[in-house]
Design a protein around this ligand. Structure first.
Ligand code: ATP
Length: 250
């Protein structure tokens, strides 16, 4: 049984002033794939994720999400059921209690006011509580979010994603600001939740070790283009050496 790709991009390019950040990048992603984007700093990983998340426009090319060109999505709310974003800085409201940040995942479905209003509806509160339970934060529900540690805040962001429940999750260096133990903790939790929910995950990562351990497919970018695109188990040390080698040493 063949199904249509959840994401398909054709010839995406982006130039900042005179710097080519992305160069004619084409990519097909099937439902359920766990993809790590790796590569040296400044090779276009964030640019690609931001284009796919519809945060910035590409200069050329186009892409489809679940068979529909991105510009044909009638609203950001409908797109939010397809694509969710998780970032390094978590994007949480520090002054608000944890549960408010988790319920913000409902924005995609109901709009801002209804999301706020939904705080009084038990079934939505239950959804948020269940999400917080799954990420191990059931005891922090009413805590001010900024009082939580970096790792705990990233788990709040995961709970918010559980409530939003998009089909594709785009994560830009989701563990970069955490210490190694917390980073692995969060990454393994993210991958476990994505597998359980049968979602699709595309994450940029600096750690090749984590990319190989947790992801099924690794896409390496170099100078805005795909340098290799392989199943994790086929990645060799030589491929990585070539990818990260400084130009002047070659
Ligand atoms: N807003 C911007 N204005 C100008 N140049 C930019 C802008 N955003 C990115 N760039 C440049 O585009 C290139 C690609 O940047 P991008 O952030 O996509 O790379 P990256 O692979 O995510 O890097 P890192 O691993 O360091 O996060 C870099 O050379 C960067 O300096």
């Amino acid at each position: 049984m063949s199904s249509k790709p959840i994401l398909q991009s054709n010839n995406l390019s982006k130039t900042y002033e005179r710097k080519i950040a992305l160069s004619s990048l084409s990519l097909t992603v099937e439902k359920g794939e766990l993809i790590a984007l790796i590569g040296p700093s400044g090779t276009g990983k964030t640019t690609l994720l931001n284009i796919l998340a519809n945060i910035i426009p590409s200069d050329t090319g186009n892409f489809e999400v679940d068979g529909l060109p991105i510009q044909h999505y009638p609203s950001n709310r409908i797109l939010a059921k397809k694509i969710g974003v998780i970032r390094q800085q978590f994007d949480l409201v520090g002054q608000s209690p944890v549960i408010h940040n988790v319920l913000a995942g409902r924005l995609g479905e109901w709009g801002f006011f209804k999301s706020l209003f939904s705080l009084v509806f038990p079934q939505d509160k239950d959804l948020a509580l269940a999400a917080l339970e799954r990420v191990g934060l059931r005891n922090k529900v009413y805590e001010k979010t900024s009082n939580l540690s970096g790792g705990e805040q990233q788990r709040v962001a995961l709970a918010r994603l559980l409530v939003q429940h998009p089909e594709v999750i785009l994560a830009d260096e989701p563990v970069a600001s955490l210490d190694p133990a917390r980073a692995e903790d969060i990454l393994s939790m993210l991958v476990k939740l994505v597998r359980e929910e049968k979602q699709t995950l595309i994450t940029s990562l600096h750690s090749v070790e984590y990319a190989k351990k947790y992801f099924t497919r690794i896409i390496a970018l170099r100078e805005g283009s795909i340098y290799f695109d392989s199943p994790s188990e086929e990645i060799t040390d030589q491929m990585l050496l070539d990818l990260y080698h400084l130009k002047e040493l070659e």
